[in-house]
Design a binder for this molecule. Structure first.
Ligand code: TXA
Ligand code: MG
Length: 327
């Protein structure tokens, strides 16, 4: 792997792109100090230029290289959760390229917890800007194979570090405008952040404060993280009816259940059991959607998970993925 890391550093230094594993999902990285390199990311992903990128750094010691006016809360969180699946939004240093921040006055920073990502950041010696390594609006990759399938030749080099341990994107917390605001639930539980900060956090989508209106997160768009195959979310009872309806119309459907098989569905209909436990479900979700997307179904019918807080990140991704067919 060391030779591959060195090759990856050479690609980054020459302004190229490197896909690399993190504990959440695979990232598509470039030198965060090189605006021309950063622009390539938007081209490869088909992502609008005003959607900001996360800068990945080796450790909290580099926070002040990218951010300024850093509140104590940021250091406390970094100390507690880094390296890990937490992205902090902070006021940016003036030199941070507009290409990264989407022209905003803030920057997202995260120190990833994966040996390959850590080795790459260490060897490169500076920040790596990286969104998830998928096309805009699609499911994030959780294996090198997913990256190759979706972006293939367009990426300078792909580092294969196996399947991602968490499988859902990082939790994003803004500390840029005073009161901490949760922008995206993810790999670090909201309860854990609350316990550390000793405050109650609210999810930005539910609120309407001035600070939140200044914040733009592409993950906050209604349709995002979607498989190609139309996906619907229903209760188990409703799935039974929906299967009858769709199969009568000759559609090919697959049912994703929460652990147990749903009774009352014809034997010939495939039921794919997802884990009934939130963390495990989150870990398997993108991999399951990636693989079912290849199998030519007309509809993916998912049994809705519980709405308790441990399912927050999963439900957030499911609602966006299902949005287009739920209207
Ligand atoms: O787990 C993750 O966070 C992965 C791995 C590769 O680190 N990265 C990831 O990046 O999910 P991306 O670009 O797919 O999603 C990052 C989200 C976007 O929705 C972006 O709008 C938001 O973070 N973001 C980045 N910088 C921001 C900023 N300054 N203010 C508000 N939102 C920001
Ligand atoms: Mg993404």
């Amino acid at each position: 792997m060391q030779a591959k890391i060195e090759a990856a550093v050479t690609v980054l230094q020459s302004g190229g792109t490197v896909a690399f594993p993190t504990e959440t999902v695979y990232g598509l990285g470039v030198d965060a100090s090189n605006p021309l390199a950063v622009r390539q990311i938007f081209k490869i992903k088909g992502r609008p230029a005003d959607h900001p990128l996360i800068v990945h750094i080796e450790n909290a010691g580099q926070l002040d290289k990218w951010a300024r006016d850093i509140p104590d809360q940021a250091y406390l969180l970094a100390e507690t959760f880094w390296p890990g699946a937490l992205t902090l939004i902070l006021q940016r240093q003036p030199h941070v390229p507009n290409e990264i921040t989407g022209g905003q006055d803030t920057v997202g920073l995260r120190s990833p917890d994966h040996p390959v990502a850590a080795a790459l950041l260490h060897a490169f010696g500076s920040g790596i800007a990286a969104p998830s390594a998928n096309r805009f609006g699609r499911i994030s990759p959780t294996t090198a194979h997913h990256v190759r399938d979706e972006l293939g030749q367009q990426v300078g080099l792909i580092l294969d570090g196996g399947a991602c341990r968490i499988g859902l994107e990082s939790t994003i917390l803004s500390l840029a405008y005073g009161e901490p605001v949760l922008l995206r639930p993810g790999g670090i539980a909201v309860e854990a952040l609350e316990a550390t900060l000793k405050i109650k956090l609210s999810f930005a989508q539910n609120k309407n404060s001035a600070a939140q209106q200044k914040i733009r997160t592409s993950g906050m768009m209604a349709t995002h993280y979607a498989p190609v195959t139309p996906m619907e979310l229903h209760s188990a009872e409703h799935i039974v009816q929906r299967v009858q309806h769709l199969t009568a119309l000759k559609y090919k459907v697959v049912v994703l259940t929460l652990g147990r098989k749903i009774s009352g569905i014809e034997q010939s209909i495939r039921q794919h059991a997802m884990p009934a436990q939130a963390e495990q479900f989150g870990h398997d979700l993108y991999a399951a959607l990636h693989s079912l997307d290849q199998e030519g179904y007309d509809y993916l019918l998912l049994e809705s998970p519980p709405t308790t807080r441990v399912w927050l990140a999963v439900n957030d991704r499911l609602q966006r993925a299902a949005h287009s067919v739920q209207k």
